[in-house]
Design a protein. Sequence first.
Lengths: 118, 109
Amino acid sequence: EPEVTQTPSHQVTQMGQEVILRCVPISNHLYFYWYRQILGQKVEFLVSFYNNEISEKSEIFDDQFSVERPDGSNFTLKIRSTKLEDSAMYFCASSPFPGQGDSNQPQHFGDGTRLSIL
Amino acid sequence: DQQVKQNSPSLSVQEGRISILNCDYTNSMFDYFLWYKKYPAEGPTFLISISSIKDKNEDGRFTVFLNKSAKHLSLHIVPSQPGDSAVYFCLGGNDKIIFGKGTRLHILP
């Protein structure tokens, strides 16, 4: 079964540095998402992306965050100047269609990148 | 802003018995609800969904019940198996999906 893959599995970065988290969505999917989960807290939506532009973003997704689909396969999340509070698991997801009204078209998640800011 | 609430952080169930995971929501605009399962060090995986126009959806050992008047849904797993030990997330969706905090299910031998 096709999978969403995320690299690296663990990223350690100094505070203030830029970090790029990479995701390869499932190849025929058109909608892409980033979520994060701070340790001990719930999974939070960050941003959705379709047709090379952001379709929706949360309050968390401020000017320090950006997303890009630089080629036909990768979907990246960049944090420009990392803060200690950016430490979290970051999950990428993709789906063929927006939303999930059809039980056969759920969002598929990668295994996450653990980002540790020192 | 807790639009989706899972009030039980953990649940222990004997293998072979029924596991019932509960979820309450406040946003009556959700079009659908989903349950995801998550193992440590892995991303959430989709289990089952239900449209807001239905009150029950069944898939093998998993059944989701939706009570719109009570704004409550539940996931029933029967019979429970050791591999069901995981964190279960209830999600509500319209334009985007909102996660609950999760319930850790332990299946006891």
